[in-house]
Design a protein. Sequence first.
Length: 157
Amino acid sequence: MSESKVGAEDVASFMRKIDAVCGKIYKQMGQGHDEKVYQKALAIELRSLDIKYEKEATIELFYKNEWVGEGKADFVIVAPDGNSIVLELKAVDGCSHGYKQQLNCYMDALRAQFGMLINFWQPGNGGTPDTEKNRLVSHFAKRQSDQMVKFSVTADL
């Protein structure tokens, strides 16, 4: 898939738009909900914006050309230029390396160029609500040849 611009909106700005939608959901719903609640809310927002997506997209996994199992990506979103963006949602106290690796594996399996890991932050494990409330943590990934370029954004809402 190409990374050509469609109008003024390229994939990076489209991903920021999705991130802003997640921030809107978080701001309205608050923290502490199950991941599935945020997933359903995001599906509502994506439909209202006429953004094409597949929810809980099945990812078949193979070893030596034999099927060994499957995973489920929370969303596979189609950007305006046709690029696929794998979107994983979490609602946990911190994003471990394992969640980022899961996103990378889904991107590999789908041969997706872009991925997003959005954590609807929940306080707990010693954190105080004052310092951890209103946090949305996003991890973005973009594949360049055989390497992943990653960056994180923590937004105070």
